[in-house]
Design a protein around this ligand. Structure first.
Ligand code: ADP
Ligand code: MG
Length: 869
C-alpha cells in the first residue's frame, strides 16, 4: 500500500486522499509554479495509524525515508547534514480547512550539529538561531504539548532585560541564548531533551499531526461544521524556504480579490524578514501588499502574474500564502478564499464578465442565505459575541435593527414622528396596528407563528420581525416586557435579529444590506435558467414596486382585505359590516368601491401588463370590528345608532371559531354584494387603465378564497359573471378575465377535478391548507410547535417548511386530478412556503406552474428554481 504521494504525482481532485493543502500543492507543482519540493503522507496513512493505536509502522517509515531521499537529490541538500542540511516543514491538512486545529512545524531537521551547516551555508548565524528557536517552540507545542506561553514568556523576559523593542533587535548571540533557554524548558517539562536525531523529529512530528485529528478542539470543530470524523488528516512534508533571511526576504498572505467587498485586485499583507505565521500572529504589524511593489517591483509583478494564473486555473478567487527568499518568490498554499456575501456576488459577476465561469456556474455558487445577507442589514459579528440575549422567538422576517420599544402602534407612531427609531412589541398584531408597524424598525410579538399577521406583514414590507417569543410576558397595559427577572419598559433600547430570531438588550452596530444592483444581475441570469415563474404577494404600491424591482413576474396574490386598512377605509368597512339590511349596506359599499378602484388603477398601471391575481375578501369580519369604546361611539354617531345597538350587532356577529366560520366565499354566499362590488371595481379599473395606457392588455385574474366544493364555486362564478357582463354592456367594451380559486381546504384538493370544471386557475394557499390538514391553528401553534420539535415529534414547523408527507401529498393529489381534467389549467402556490427554498424544491417536483411569495423573498425563490433545473 502506498501511503506517500510526491507533490508531482498528485492533483487538486485528490483532496480526500491528500487533504486540501496537499492536493493544491500538488496541483501547483503540476502547473510548474515555484512550490518548494515535497510530498504528502495520505489521510489513509493517518486513519491506519489511528486504528492501530501504536507507533508508526516500519513500512510507512521506510516510505517516508525514500521520499526524503529523493527530496535530498532534488535540493542537493542532506537531511541531518552538518555541511548543507535539508530542513523541512511538517504541515497538517485535511479535506476541509479546519483553522487552528492542527498545527505546523517549521525548520524541522535542525539540531546542535546541523545548525552549523546552516550557518556555514548562509553565513548568517542570527538567521540560523532564529530558525532553531522557532523549531523548538513549535515542536514543543505541537509534539510535546508544552504551552506556547512558556516559550513566549521567556523570550519577553529576555527582551525586557536587554531593553529590546522588537524581535529585530535580537542578535545572533541573543537567539543562541534563547535556544539554550528553550532546550531547558524541554527538560523541565518533559524530563527529556529535545530530540536531536532529525529522523526521530520527523517521525514524532508526523505522529503528533496524526493524533491531533482526535484532539478535543478538532472534534468539536467537526461537530459544529458537520464534518465527518472518518476523513483523517494528511501530512505534508516540504522543503523549507526562508522568509526570515534578512530584509530581502519576507512572507505574506493575499487574496486575489477583496474578500469583504469583492473589489478586483490583490488584497493582502506581508512582513519582511519573517517566517510562517508571524503575519497572522500580530507580533509585528504587517504592511499592505501594495508596498511590495515599491520594495521589490519584480517580485510583486511575478506574484501578480501567478495569482492571475491560479485564479484562472481554479476559476475562483484564491487565498494564497507566499514566501520570498532573497528576492525569489515561492508559493506555499492556495485555496478558494472565504468571503462575505457582497464579495461573493461581486466576484461571481466579475468572473462571468471576464469569461472565466459561465452564468450557470455563477448561479450555482450563490446561496439563498447570501441573498438575505445582501438585502437585509446584519449585526456586526464581533459585537454580537458580547451582546446580552433578552429572548428568542421565530425568525419571522430577516434583518437586523435597533430601536426604542413601544407597546402600542399609536405610541410607536408618535415617537417615530419625533425622529426616534422605534420597535413595536405586542402580544400579537392586528390590522389595526398597521400604521405603527409601517414606521417600526422591527416588530416583536410574543404570540403567533410564521404565518401570523405580524410575520406576514413584516415580510411583505421587508421589515425585521421576531414572532412568537413565548418567553416574553408582554403587558400592553403597563407597557412592559418581562423575561424572568428582566423587565424592559417603554423607551428602553433593544436589538432585533430577524434572521436568527434573537432579541438583545441595548443597541448593536449593524451593516446595511443594500446591494440591490449586484442582486439584479444575478437575478437576471437566474431568470434565464428558471423554468417556473415567481410572482409576488403584494398589494400596496411600495410592495409592488419592490417586487418588480426584485424580479417578480407579476402579482400572484393581491389580498384585497389589506386595502381596507387606514382610517377612512376601515370606517366604511365597519359601517358595511354592521349594516343590518341591504339598503344600509350599499352606501358604504359604494364608497369602498371607489377606494378599491383607486387601488386597482395604481396596481394595473404599475404592473404595465404583467399578470395580476386578485383575491376577493377573505378574513372573518370580526377582524375589522371596532375595538375601543371611542371607536364604537364614533361609529354609533355616524350611523345614527346608539353604542348599545352597535355592541348588540357585534355580539350577533361573534363566532366561536372565526377561522372556520363565516369568512371567504361563505361571506359571499350570504352577502354576494361584497364580492360583486369588488369584481366591478376590478373590471372597471382594468378597462379604464387599458384605455388610458394604450397598448397594454390587462387580464385580471379574480380569485375566490376558501372554496370547498364545485357547487359553491359554480354558484359564485355565475353571479360574478353576470356582474361583469353588465359592466361590459354598460361600457360597451369587453376584456378577457379569469375566475379561479384557492386550494386551501382539504376537500377542495380531494375534489379538484370537479372544481376544475368551473375554475379557470388554481392557487394553493398553503397557510390555511396546513392549518386545516394538521388541525394546527396558525395563530396558536407557536405555543406547542417548539415542544414538538424538541421532543422530535416534528422535524420542522410546517408553516415554515412544507410538510411534504401530509400537506404535500394532498397537494400532489390535487395537481394530478386537475392535470387529468385539463393539463393547461395554471396551478400556483401563494402561501408563505412559496418563499422557502426547501419547500420550493418540493413544489417544483409536484409540478406547479408558478409560485408567489413576499417581495423580499422573490430573488431567493428565483435562484432556487434556477439551481434546481
Ligand atoms: P495553516 O494551515 O495554519 O495555514 P500552514 O501549514 O499553511 O498552516 O503553515 C503555517 C505557515 O508556515 C504559513 O505561513 C506557511 O506559509 C508557512 N510554511 C509552511 N511550510 C513552509 C515552508 N516549507 N517554507 C516556508 N514557510 C512555510
Ligand atoms: Mg496555511
Amino acid at each position: 500500500m502506498n501511503y506517500v504521494v510526491d507533490f508531482f504525482e498528485g492533483s487538486k481532485e485528490q483532496s480526500d486522499l491528500l487533504g486540501g493543502k496537499g492536493a493544491n500543492l500538488a496541483e501547483m507543482t503540476k502547473l510548474k509554479l515555484p512550490v518548494p519540493t515535497g510530498f504528502t503522507i495520505t489521510t489513509e496513512a493517518c486513519l491506519d495509524y489511528l486504528k492501530k493505536k501504536e507507533n508508526m509502522t516500519n513500512e510507512l517509515n521506510t516510505e517516508i525515508q525514500q521520499h526524503i531521499h529523493s527530496m535530498e537529490e532534488r535540493t542537493n541538500k542532506k537531511f541531518g547534514s552538518a555541511e548543507n542540511p535539508l530542513l523541512v516543514s511538517v504541515r497538517s491538512g485535511s479535506k476541509f480547512s479546519m483553522p487552528g486545529m492542527m498545527d505546523t512545524i517549521l525548520n524541522l531537521g535542525l539540531n546542535d550539529k546541523t545548525i552549523h551547516g546552516l550557518i556555514k551555508k548562509t553565513g548568517d548565524a542570527r538567521f540560523a538561531y532564529d530558525c532553531y528557536r522557532r523549531l523548538l517552540q513549535m515542536f514543543g507545542d505541537v509534539v510535546c504539548g508544552i504551552d506556547k506561553d512558556r516559550f513566549e514568556n521567556q523570550l519577553n523576559f529576555y527582551k525586557t532585560k536587554k531593553q529590546y523593542q522588537s524581535d529585530t533587535d535580537m542578535q545572533a548571540q541573543d537567539w543562541q541564548e534563547i535556544v539554550a533557554i528553550y532546550k531547558d524548558i524541554f527538560i523541565e517539562v518533559t524530563h527529556q531533551p529535545f530530540p536531536q536525531d532529525p529522523n526521530e523529529q520527523l517521525v514524532l512530528a508526523v505522529e503528533a499531526v496524526f493524533r491531533s485529528w482526535n484532539n478535543r478542539r478538532a472534534i468539536t470543530y467537526r461537530r459544529l461544521h458537520d464534518i465527518s470524523d472518518s476523513l483523517g488528516t494528511a501530512v505534508n512534508i516540504q522543503a523549507m524556504v526562508f522568509g526570515n533571511f534578512g530584509s530581502e526576504s519576507g512572507t505574506g498572505v493575499a487574496f486575489t480579490r477583496n474578500p469583504a467587498t469583492g473589489e478586483k485586485g490583490i488584497f493582502g499583507e506581508f512582513l519582511l524578514n519573517a517566517q510562517g505565521e508571524d503575519v497572522v500572529a500580530g507580533i509585528r504589524t504587517p504592511q499592505p501588499i501594495s508596498k511590495l511593489e515599491l520594495l521589490m517591483p519584480e517580485v510583486y509583478q511575478e506574484f501578480l502574474r501567478l495569482s492571475h494564473l491560479l485564479e484562472y486555473h481554479y476559476k475562483d478567487m484564491q487565498d494564497i500564502e507566499f514566501t520570498i527568499e532573497n528576492r525569489k518568490l515561492y508559493l506555499l498554499q492556495t485555496r478558494n478564499g472565504k468571503r462575505t456575501a457582497k464579495s461573493a456576488f461581486k466576484v461571481c459577476i466579475q468572473l462571468v464578465e471576464e469569461g472565466i465561469i459561465s452564468k450557470q456556474e455563477a448561479i450555482q455558487r450563490i446561496s439563498p442565505t447570501m441573498i438575505t445577507q445582501l438585502l437585509h442589514p446584519v449585526f456586526e459579528p464581533d459585537h454580537l459575541k458580547h451582546a446580552e440575549v433578552f429572548a428568542k422567538g421565530l425568525p419571522a422576517s430577516p434583518g437586523a435593527a435597533c430601536g426604542t420599544i413601544y407597546f402600542t402602534a399609536e405610541r410607536a407612531k408618535q415617537a417615530s414622528e419625533k425622529g426616534e427609531k422605534v420597535i413595536l412589541i405586542r402580544q400579537e398584531t392586528s390590522p389595526e396596528d398597521i400604521e405603527g408597524m409601517v414606521v417600526s424598525e422591527a416588530i416583536v410579538t410574543s404570540r403567533g407563528g410564521m404565518t401570523s399577521h405580524a410575520a406576514v406583514v413584516a415580510r411583505g414590507m421587508g421589515v425585521c420581525c421576531v414572532a412568537g417569543c413565548e418567553e416574553i410576558y408582554v403587558d400592553e397595559f403597563l407597557e412592559q416586557a418581562t423575561v424572568g427577572e428582566v423587565v424592559l419598559r417603554q423607551g428602553d433600547t433593544i436589538s432585533v435579529d430577524g434572521t436568527t430570531g434573537t432579541i438583545y438588550r441595548g443597541s448593536i452596530p449593524y451593516v446595511e444590506g443594500d446591494e440591490w444592483q449586484l442582486l439584479e444581475t444575478i437575478t437576471k441570469w437566474a431568470k434565464e435558467e428558471a423554468n417556473i415563474d415567481v410572482k409576488a404577494n403584494a398589494e400596496t404600491p411600495t410592495d409592488i414596486k419592490t417586487a418588480l424591482k426584485l424580479g417578480a413576474e407579476g402579482i400572484g396574490l393581491a389580498r384585497t382585505e389589506h386595502m381596507f386598512f387606514g382610517e377612512k377605509r376601515l370606517f366604511e368597512m365597519r359601517k358595511m359590516i354592521l349594516a343590518e339590511e341591504t339598503a344600509a349596506l350599499m352606501d358604504p359599499l359604494n364608497k369602498l368601491k371607489e377606494f378599491q378602484k383607486e387601488d386597482f388603477h395604481t396596481m394595473f398601471t404599475l404592473l404595465n401588463g404583467k399578470a395580476c391575481t386578485i383575491r376577493l375578501l377573505d378574513p372573518p369580519l370580526h377582524e375589522f370590528l371596532p375595538q375601543t369604546e371611542v371607536e364604537i361611539n364614533h361609529l354609533a354617531k355616524a350611523t345614527q345608532r346608539t353604542p348599545a345597538e352597535i355592541e348588540h350587532r357585534m355580539k350577533e356577529l361573534h363566532e366561536q371559531n372565526p377561522m372556520l366560520g363565516h369568512r371567504g366565499c361563505r361571506l359571499a354566499v350570504t352577502t354576494p354584494q361584497i364580492y360583486e362590488m369588488q369584481v366591478a371595481a376590478i373590471i372597471e379599473s382594468a378597462i379604464e387603465v387599458a384605455q388610458k395606457e394604450q397598448g397594454i392588455t390587462i387580464t385580471p385574474e379574480i380569485m375566490i378564497p376558501l372554496i370547498g366544493s364545485q357547487e359553491e364555486m359554480q354558484w359564485l362564478r355565475e353571479r360574478l359573471n353576470q356582474t361583469i357582463q353588465k359592466i361590459f354592456t354598460e361600457k360597451n367594451q369587453v376584456i378577457s378575465y379569469k375566475i379561479g380559486t384557492m386550494l386551501e381546504i382539504p376537500r377542495a384538493c380531494l375534489t379538484a377535478e370537479k372544481i376544475a370544471e368551473v375554475a379557470d386557475f388554481f392557487s394553493f394557499g398553503t397557510n390555511d391548507l396546513t392549518q386545516l390538514t394538521y388541525g394546527f391553528s396558525r395563530d396558536d401553534s407557536g405555543k406547542f410547535i417548539g415542544a414538538y420539535q424538541n421532543k422530535k415529534l416534528l422535524k420542522a414547523d410546517p408553516f415554515q417548511h412544507i410538510d411534504e408527507e401530509g400537506v404535500g401529498a394532498l397537494m400532489k393529489i390535487a395537481v394530478d386530478k386537475i392535470r387529468a381534467y385539463d393539463s393547461s389549467i395554471k396551478i400556483g402556490v401563494c402561501g408563505e412556503v412559496g418563499g422557502d427554498p426547501q419547500s420550493i424544491r418540493f413544489l417544483k417536483k409536484i409540478g406547479v406552474d408558478y409560485i408567489s411569495c413576499s417581495p423580499y423573498r422573490v430573488p431567493a425563490a428565483i435562484l432556487t428554481i434556477a439551481q434546481e433545473k
